[in-house]
Design a protein around this ligand. Structure first.
Ligand SMILES: *Cc1c(COP(=O)(O)O)cnc(C)c1O
Length: 418
């Protein structure tokens, strides 16, 4: 079962709101650190195991710094993410660059930082060589297409429909080319799932990559230094769901490692991940205030946050649990749509949700916004991005990003010329 307990109560949030009005995202540092330690513990048999935190999940330098202190690297996919990681102090191979449809200047920056470059397409070999150079270590992203028996979920779709990665045939060719160019250090990457809660999916991914490492090593005559199983470990968004059993995943991967890697003389082979969601997702909350109640064909609760602060429900129909502060134990007598103010009817945080009776001024906490929450924000309808706050282990609240103002919104316009 999902842990529904909040790291704050109503009076704490009321005190915070005096300084930082709603809406805002607040992250629980103690829980992020504890989770990071447990995550590493689950994979402790793997020598030099590393999770490269997917920056896009929660691109705030304060959060990245915490994860750095917990031993994580970063997985970047754009120039801004590379620059942010550099500013936080990530260096060289602590950075994985897994981009697609990549702009040349991004390759250049990744190369200059000494990041591990994970190429998404065979044509990028030439582009990388021309715009930056051939790095000491190279990785390719594999897309198994129809060869993958395990089918993905709606967000990433079936591998054969996904725009990412190289085909199996291209992969052999790509490593051959890189070998000829003098590269001696190699990695292999795939990412075929997102928000996947089936523990067997990750075991299946490890098997697929280990088998491929065996095949490519033999045929191309190279030695692999690591496999990157990607991110995509899911979290329990719904109350009846539980977290994925990472100990099981880890133990099953260990068996496969013995069978496929060790027995074929390919050890040591580092195993790394680039998870975002499972690292910070459950430890962030969007705090919003009810500003409107409406009773027409349905009952609506209008809040001061909108889809611009959290896109997942509108975009994927994703469930995010909601708690009405101070009414945790009140009977759920009402059925509401909890909505934002965008002129878009999918701007709904909850549809037909059973909740206690809500009054204007009630504070609603939307759970699991610590990954792919703030970061997916946008400015449609002139909505401004919210503040981000960090709840420190001692209860102090740090302002880790201020809310946007109208001046920020207008900053790229020059009204004097109209
Ligand atoms: C988004 C992404 C991740 C992180 O995915 P999560 O679901 O947050 O774990 C990792 N790697 C790549 C290449 C991605 O695009």
């Amino acid at each position: 079962m999902k842990n529904l307990k909040l790291p704050f109560d109503k009076s704490k949030i009321e005190e915070i709101i005096k300084t930082y009005p709603t809406p805002f995202h607040i992250y629980d540092e103690a829980a992020i650190r504890e989770n990071a330690k447990n995550f590493y513990q689950a994979f402790s048999w793997m020598k030099d195991f590393k999770n490269y935190f997917a920056v896009k999940a929660c691109p705030n330098p304060y959060i990245l710094k915490i994860l750095k202190e917990e031993g994580m690297g970063v997985d970047c996919s754009s120039l801004a993410e590379l620059v942010m990681s550099e500013k936080v102090g990530f260096k060289g191979e602590e950075i994985m660059f897994s981009s697609n449809d990549t702009a040349y200047k991004e390759f250049k920056k990744a190369y200059e930082l000494g990041a591990i470059i994970n190429l998404d397409d065979i044509t990028h070999i030439n582009i990388l060589e021309k715009t930056a150079g051939i790095p000491e270590i190279i990785c390719f992203r594999y897309n198994p297409g129809p060869l993958r028996e395990y089918k993905g979920n709606v967000m990433i779709g079936h591998p054969e429909d996904a725009k990412y990665g190289l085909t199996k045939e291209q992969l052999f060719e790509a490593y051959k080319i890189m070998k000829e160019k003098g590269v001696k250090r190699f990695g292999l990457h795939t990412m075929v799932a997102t928000n996947e809660t089936d523990r067997n999916a990750f075991v299946e991914t490890a098997k697929m990559l280990f088998e491929l490492v065996v095949e490519i090593s033999k045929e191309v005559g190279i030695r692999f230094e690591f496999v990157n199983l990607g991110g995509g470990v899911g979290i329990p968004y719904r109350p009846e769901q539980g977290p994925i059993d990472l100990d099981f995943v880890s133990k099953e991967i260990e068996k496969l490692y013995q069978e496929l890697v060790v027995k074929n003389g390919l050890a040591p082979l580092k195993i790394v991940l680039e998870c975002g969601r499972v690292i910070t997702g459950p430890y962030g909350y969007l705090v919003t205030t009810a500003i409107h109640t409406k009773d027409t064909y349905k009952k609506y609760i209008g809040v001061d946050a909108c889809m611009a602060n959290l896109m997942r429900p509108g975009m994927y129909g994703a469930y995010h649990h909601e708690t009405v502060l101070g009414k945790e134990d009140a009977p759920q007598t009402e059925t509401y749509d909890v909505v934002g103010s965008l002129c878009e009817n999918n701007d709904k945080f909850a549809i037909d949700r059973k909740l206690p009776k809500i009054e204007i001024g009630d504070i609603i906490v939307i759970h699991d916004t610590g990954a792919h929450g703030y970061s997916m924000g946008f400015n449609y309808n002139g909505k401004l991005r919210s503040a981000e706050l960090l709840l420190k282990p001692d209860g102090f609240v740090e302002h880790i990003r201020r809310a946007e103002t109208l001046d920020d919104y207008f900053a790229t316009l020059d009204f004097s010329k109209i």
